[in-house]
Design a binder for this molecule. Structure first.
Ligand SMILES: *[C@@H]1O[C@H](CO)[C@@H](O)[C@H](O)[C@H]1NC(C)=O
Length: 395
């Protein structure tokens, strides 16, 4: 070979070596962003794998709001905000296997569709063990956002002109129990069986007039009466607090007592009754109509919650301890999504949401004390309403 040719080949080889070095450096930086290579994968396979997973996530989450909503029941901006909060406040960290957004997307996808672990394994290309480990990590991080995401109770002000709530000055919202189907060991099934024969947990939910959760207590067996669950909620160290002068609306299954305003029993109550064109004839019917229109917010809350998260609609594959935690997480995410303020498609689906008549026979085991003062208070509100009542067609 000619000397100058040999020189050129040498230079060329040098260039190639340099290029290769630069390329390796760049790729290792990309991989470092992804957290580095797990030892069992050869470098090249890992890089391809990492990119394939990112591409999958892009298609699933980042390509459009419509697909994002289908996959994880929220829009991209909300997802972004959630990831940021989980990262900065919830303490969720990217690992060498998975960035934060993929961890969160996988978690939300499980809540949204209640898919079995092996389906997720296929969709996200992850092992079953990895999925359940990250599910728990994201769950814990979400629960750490509790104080941020739970709504602070605010009373209806004196000068409120909200058509539904202005009658209830000082009211903080509404509460009710809802049954969520769970899977428990055979020996516990008796306690978890509700009156309809389903195996459920009875979850107490308390929400504000604008439909955000203020307090959630999961974990009571399905056989427990609503009133008993409420009693427990009040007695707990970090339980439900109702300041003097404030109260929540409750249905006729609860006792009408200090802090909890129930409708009159034995009177027409349910929203559907009024929708069919009945006009209230008496003071108490008038009160019940207004009461049911406002209290309906908690039914709507539960309705939206269950229609968003499929994991709350069918018995779970997870152990009870975990079930209680993800029920709370679902409520927290519900608040975040509503707070983001974008039009929630689930809201429209539920415009006439109403769940059958309240369970009046379900009286509390240990009734909370009714008092004359409280009964008079209710009577006074009823009087104000009736005085202001203008039957349809008379105004
Ligand atoms: C999540 O929190 C629970 C309860 O605080 C704890 O027992 C569990 O170890 C935590 N799990 C993870 C994966 O951090």
């Amino acid at each position: 070979m000619e000397p100058h040719l040999r020189e050129m080949v040498g230079m060329l080889a040098g260039c190639i070596t340099l290029l290769l070095a630069v390329r390796t450096l760049v790729l290792s930086m990309i991989v470092a962003v992804g957290g580095g290579r797990p030892r069992h994968l050869p470098d090249r396979t890992f890089r391809l794998d990492f990119h394939a997973k990112r591409a999958n996530l892009r298609a699933m989450i980042y390509s459009s709001d419509a697909t994002c909503f289908n996959q994880i029941r929220m829009y991209r901006a909300t997802f972004d905000k959630l990831c940021h909060m989980l990262d900065t406040i919830g303490g969720l960290r990217p690992t060498k296997h998975m960035l934060v957004d993929e961890q969160v997307a996988m978690f939300l996808h499980i809540l949204s569709h209640h898919v079995k672990n092996r389906v997720i394994q296929f969709e996200f290309g992850r092992s079953g063990e990895t999925i359940s480990r990250y599910f728990k990590l994201v769950l814990n991080a979400t629960i750490r956002l509790q104080s941020l995401l739970l709504k602070k109770a605010e009373p209806i002000p004196e000068d409120s002109n909200d058509v539904r709530w202005k009658w209830f000055k000082g009211c903080l919202g509404a509460l009710d129990g809802t049954h969520i189907r769970v899977q428990v060991l055979a020996q516990h099934k008796g306690r978890y069986r509700n009156r309809k024969g389903e195996i459920t947990t009875n979850v107490l939910g308390v929400c504000s007039p604008d439909g955000e959760f203020i307090f959630v207590l999961p974990g009571w067996e399905g056989s427990a009466a609503d009133g008993r669950v409420l009693r427990d909620a009040i007695r707990r160290p970090f339980g439900l607090r109702v300041p003097l002068g404030n109260y929540y609306l409750v249905d006729a299954g609860y006792t009408n007592c200090q802090g909890f305003l129930a409708p009159y029993r034995g009177q027409r109550y349910h929203l559907n009754d009024w929708r069919q064109g009945h006009q209230p004839q008496t003071l108490h019917e008038c009160f019940n109509m207004r009461h049911s229109a406002a209290r309906n917010v908690i039914e709507r809350c539960f309705g939206i919650l269950k229609s968003r998260w499929a994991i709350l609609r069918s018995p779970s594959f997870y152990p009870v301890r975990l079930q209680n935690r993800y029920i709370v997480a679902c409520c927290l995410l519900h608040n975040l999504i509503r707070r983001e303020g974008v039009q929630d498609p689930l809201d429209e689906q539920l415009d006439s949401f109403d769940t059958g008549p309240p369970t009046i026979e379900n009286t509390p085991l240990v009734p909370m004390e009714t008092s004359e003062v409280w009964s008079n208070y209710r009577e006074q509100i009823a009087n104000e309403m009736f005085a202001a009542f203008v039957p349809l067609g008379h105004n």
